[in-house]
Design a protein around this ligand. Structure first.
Ligand code: MN
Length: 321
């Protein structure tokens, strides 16, 4: 029996959710199941395609809902899970008992693990380290911005791997290894180490560039790297360099080929002091995410639209000051 696992791409929580779901499925539903892991990227309109549903069983984790193609399993915690007309009503009318969404859940992997433990009696204790780090990373609950920016902690190196890896075979192998190989050992595996070492080099360069182009005004930091090479950028760099800012709105060409706008509320400032729903600000420009960190993608070449969206958001955030 083939099980398609659609999971949020380039995301540690998405990979952790996929890994733990496959363990659950083998333990409690079908020990002979074979898994196809397919990373899904957010996109304007319908991000799904027919090939996503090319299996007997389809699970979608840490990603948008769809009423297309008969989903069998669904776990998500994104506030912007339901974007197309009729999706929310379709979800609400579902009585399968295998689809779950809670925008208040801090992390998809821990939310899903809780439900699988309670309703299916699945023992999630072997995945304690994986689940703990998935939640720390997804909620950006690091003690200080140096932890993600230094990129030394094994879990941070694994997060760097999944954000950068392109080869579907590496990603599939990584998802399987996440639940079998201790983190420190997995970091040393050559297929992981190669990608992480390269990532650490480009990350050091990114830190220099962000320091050079950042502008801070009224508690909001902006940066624009659209004229530079495409990259996978750590969104914590500005907070390590300017711990005083409340919000960051940056634009840069992402390695996936799109132009990316990223917007965040300083994770080390009091959560209750956040005055804006950043997912809503992004939905107005075709993006989405969480109230405290969100983003939009624009097709390559739409530099002006990307900059205009950034200006619009900066204006809203700075109007408070
Ligand atoms: Mn997540």
């Amino acid at each position: 029996m083939a099980v398609m696992v659609l999971h949020h791409a380039r995301c540690f929580d998405g990979a952790a959710s996929a890994a733990v779901f496959a363990e659950f499925y083998r333990a409690k539903i079908d020990p002979k199941a074979e898994f196809i892991f397919r990373p899904k990227m957010h996109a304007r309109g319908d991000p799904f395609e027919d090939a996503d549903f090319d299996a007997e069983v389809v699970a979608c984790l840490d990603f948008r809902y769809t009423k297309r193609g008969d989903l069998d399993w669904y776990f998500d915690h994104h506030a912007s899970a339901f974007q197309l007309p009729g999706e929310r009503a379709h979800f609400d009318a579902d009585d399968s008992g295998t689809k779950f969404h809670d925008p208040k859940a801090p992390c998809c992997a821990t939310y899903m693990a809780g439900i699988l433990g309670m309703r299916w009696g699945f023992d999630t204790s072997p995945y304690e380290e994986l689940l703990r780090w998935a939640q720390i990373i997804d909620t950006a609950s690091f003690e200080n911005p140096q932890i993600p920016v230094a990129m030394e902690e094994p879990a941070m190196q694994l997060a760097a791997f999944i954000q950068s890896a392109d080869d579907p075979r590496d990603i599939e192998r990584f998802i399987a290894d996440l639940v079998r190989v201790p983190f420190a050992e997995l970091c040393r595996a050559p297929y992981v180490r190669g990608i992480v070492a390269e990532r650490q080099r480009t990350h050091a360069h990114d830190c220099e560039r962000i320091a050079a182009v950042s502008k801070v005004e009224s508690g909001v930091l902006e940066y624009d790297l659209l004229a530079e090479a495409p990259r996978v950028l750590s969104h914590f760099i500005p907070y390590a360099q300017h711990p005083e800012v409340d919000y960051v709105v940056g634009v840069y060409p992402h390695a996936d080929g799109d132009l990316r706008l990223t917007i965040g509320y300083n994770p080390w400032h009091p959560a209750e002091a956040r005055a804006h729903d950043l997912a809503k600000l992004c939905e107005a420009h075709g993006g989405g995410g969480h109230p405290f960190v969100a983003g939009c993608s624009f097709p390559h070449g739409e530099t002006e639209r990307c900059r205009a969206a950034q200006r619009a958001m900066l204006e809203i955030l700075r109007a408070d000051a």
